[in-house]
Design a protein around this ligand. Structure first.
Ligand code: MN
Length: 282
């Protein structure tokens, strides 16, 4: 979403070439519409440009694993199964995001039955994912995008309910900045069960231009010895995917120059990681 909101050949090529050029080793592909995604094209482009890939998505009301309607839960499980096949086909090892329920503002709390339904489906999907060499990570997002879990501690409780070791926590600094009391303790609490990281600023624009306490977050990653994906996430009305932009409320233009934004983010993240490593040496 830094370079394109359209995942046809032109969009994928631009995203892959520019992500590599900005200094990243991996690109995360949104799989909001797996039915129209060309996995063979993506696999070829990733190979050609020597870039690793992961995939993410948020479920919708028609694929909500917490739904009281078994047909909706079945549709969600089917769609996630399809996403696993796609991740496998593009050589990815991680599927993450809001894959436990619909990514939307709920007008009521999660129900015990909804939690149990989602946990059961994710337990089955985790086994299937393990067979494909893919790891599932559940993204902790703010109260306006899920009612199931908004903090790292709540995520640990839900992952215990799933009870499968191929499922881990996916933390995102943008959401943590809204819901957590600080950015260090949640990382330490999750520890070895942290499987995926999104680095986003408080307004989802340039890193370092908002209120997120990145120093504490990266020190936490260093303390737990985290070695999984660290992915920059940013949105602006300059790049639009109707499905995703409207759900996330991207109404404002935070940047225009995708290449400058991405190169800046890559340097920012690598500098934070290097600074954290320098502390570990002492
Ligand atoms: Mn995120």
């Amino acid at each position: 979403m830094v370079f394109t909101g359209t995942f046809d050949e032109a969009g994928l090529t631009r995203a892959i070439v520019e992500t590599k050029r900005a200094g990243f080793d991996l690109i995360e592909i949104p799989l909001m519409d797996p039915a129209t995604f060309d996995r063979h094209l993506a696999a070829r482009l990733l190979r050609e440009h020597d870039l690793a890939a992961s995939a993410s998505l948020g479920l919708s009301e028609s694929t909500d694993l917490t739904s009281a309607d078994p047909a909706v839960v079945a549709a969600g499980e089917r769609m996630l199964g399809e996403c696993l096949d796609i991740v496998g086909a593009i050589g990815g090892t991680h599927l993450c995001g809001v894959i436990y329920g619909a990514m939307r503002k709920y007008m009521e709390p999660a129900t015990p039955a909804g939690r149990a339904s989602s946990a059961a489906a994710l337990r089955r999907l985790a086994s299937r994912a393990a067979d494909l060499g893919i790891h599932l990570s559940l993204e902790v997002v703010n109260r306006y995008e899920t009612n199931l879990m908004n903090t790292a501690r709540e995520a640990l409780v839900f992952i215990d309910e799933i009870g499968h070791d191929n499922v881990s926590v996916h933390l995102d600094t943008y959401h943590m900045n809204i819901e957590e009391a600080g950015l260090l303790t949640p990382v330490l609490d999750v520890g070895g069960r942290l499987g995926y990281v999104h680095i986003g600023e408080s307004h989802r624009g340039y890193l370092g231009s908002g209120t997120v306490d990145f120093g504490s977050f990266f020190r936490g990653l260093g303390r737990i010895g985290y070695d999984g994906p660290v992915v920059f996430e940013s949105f602006s009305s300059a790049v639009v995917n109707a499905n995703l932009s409207n759900t996330l409320g991207i109404w404002r233009n935070l940047w225009q120059d995708s290449a400058d934004l991405a190169a800046h983010a890559n340097t920012f993240i690598r500098n934070q990681l290097a600074a954290t490593e320098s502390i570990a040496i002492q």
